[in-house]
Design a protein around this ligand. Structure first.
Ligand SMILES: Cc1ncc(COP(=O)(O)O)c(C=O)c1O
Length: 336
């Protein structure tokens, strides 16, 4: 028996996955959906509340909290599990191991609980309390690493465990695993293309493992090379944008390809906090910090565009990676 061989496999391998799932949604062969079939095809929300002063700009955000694990990382985790299942790397008795700052861990833990494989996660001790509780709620095992070492400390711990116990663990290694970016190449980019009827002009994404940016950009550029793809990073190594990486000072993920970005911008944590407050209070969108940071980046880009009244609309698309509910214990919500 392998994991991820049935419904999970369908979501990672095919650009037509939306169509194939459509077939099971009515009175066809099955009733209802499996958890895995609900990954992807997230709604595209208009963010008009923040673009009112930007004539000709439409900002659209994919509401990734509609994934069953609550974040964009369900896509990568399901793709990684499906690929490991296909290659016979994850089998009964073997533990899925990875380093994660939270959302990927939640996704692995959910998939492990749904499909019956054990999950061990290395994460910095200072990730939000809510994230730890969710992972534990799914029954996964956590190994905490020194907060001072950030996500790199968790990566080093996972590498060490995998090297010492190669038979015990399947080391998923989201930072080096091609199934990560391929999830976005096969799913996310095609969803954006279809949901914007091919009218997307810019794609903007925060960098963590870089899977979202690399996979989505590669496919969007194939669909229309004129689409501008812009990556975003925190502006320093000490930042509060959970899930994001400051590449200049971090272990650079093997899957990261810096050559594909048309532009790369740095975002200050304080600006992301202010945007999270603004989106929740003036748009009714309680988004996570990296999602708010992505909106900050989009507005910076949009303000620099030479827009003319008669010009065709500019359609900027981002991923709102998760909702704000996992960050509610942070003080910034009440500070502005
Ligand atoms: C909240 C959040 N935003 C952004 C990212 C970055 O996504 P990626 O790893 O695909 O670069 C992550 C990754 O874990 C995340 O958890």
């Amino acid at each position: 028996m392998t994991y991820g061989s049935s419904k999970t496999a369908a979501i990672s391998s095919s650009a037509n996955s939306a169509e194939s799932r459509e077939g099971t949604s009515g009175l066809g062969e099955t009733l209802g959906h499996s958890l895995m079939e609900r990954i992807g095809n997230t709604p595209l929300l208009r963010l008009d509340a923040v673009t009112r002063d930007l004539q000709g700009v439409t900002l659209l955000g994919k509401a990734e909290w509609y994934n069953p694990g609550g974040s964009v990382k369900d896509r990568a985790a399901a793709s990684i599990v499906a690929e490991a299942g296909r290659r016979g790397l994850l089998y009964p008795g073997r533990i899925l191991l990875d380093a994660t700052s939270g959302n990927t861990g939640i996704a692995y833990a959910m998939l492990g609980a749904a499909e019956g494989f054990p999950v061990t996660l290395c994460m910095p001790e200072n990730v939000s309390r809510e994230r730890k509780q969710i992972v534990q709620g799914y029954g996964a095992n956590i190994i905490y690493t020194d907060p001072a070492d950030g996500s790199d400390g968790a990566i080093r711990m996972a590498r060490q465990l995998a090297a010492e116990h190669p038979d015990t663990y399947f080391y998923a290694d989201q930072y080096s695993n091609d199934a990560n970016w391929k999830a976005h190449y096969f799913m996310t980019a095609n969803e954006i293309w279809q949901q914007t009827q091919g009218r997307v002009t810019h794609f903007v994404s925060m960098l963590g493992t870089s899977g979202t940016f690399v996979g989505t950009t590669r496919r969007l550029k194939e669909l229309n090379p004129a689409i501008k793809c812009i990556s975003l990073q925190p502006d320093s190594s000490f930042h509060g944008i959970e899930g994001a990486k400051h590449m200049a000072s971090a272990i650079v993920p093997k899957i990261y390809d810096p050559t594909i970005a048309d532009q790369n911008l740095e975002i200050a944590t304080e600006d992301a906090y202010a945007m999270a407050r603004r989106l929740s209070r003036s748009a009714g969108l309680l988004v996570g910090i990296s999602a708010a940071a992505a909106v900050v980046g989009c507005l910076k880009i949009a303000r620099e565009l030479p827009l003319h009244r008669e010009q065709e609309a500019v359609i900027v698309t981002i991923l709102l990676c998760d909702s704000g509910d996992k960050y509610l214990s942070e003080r910034f919500w009440s500070e502005g």
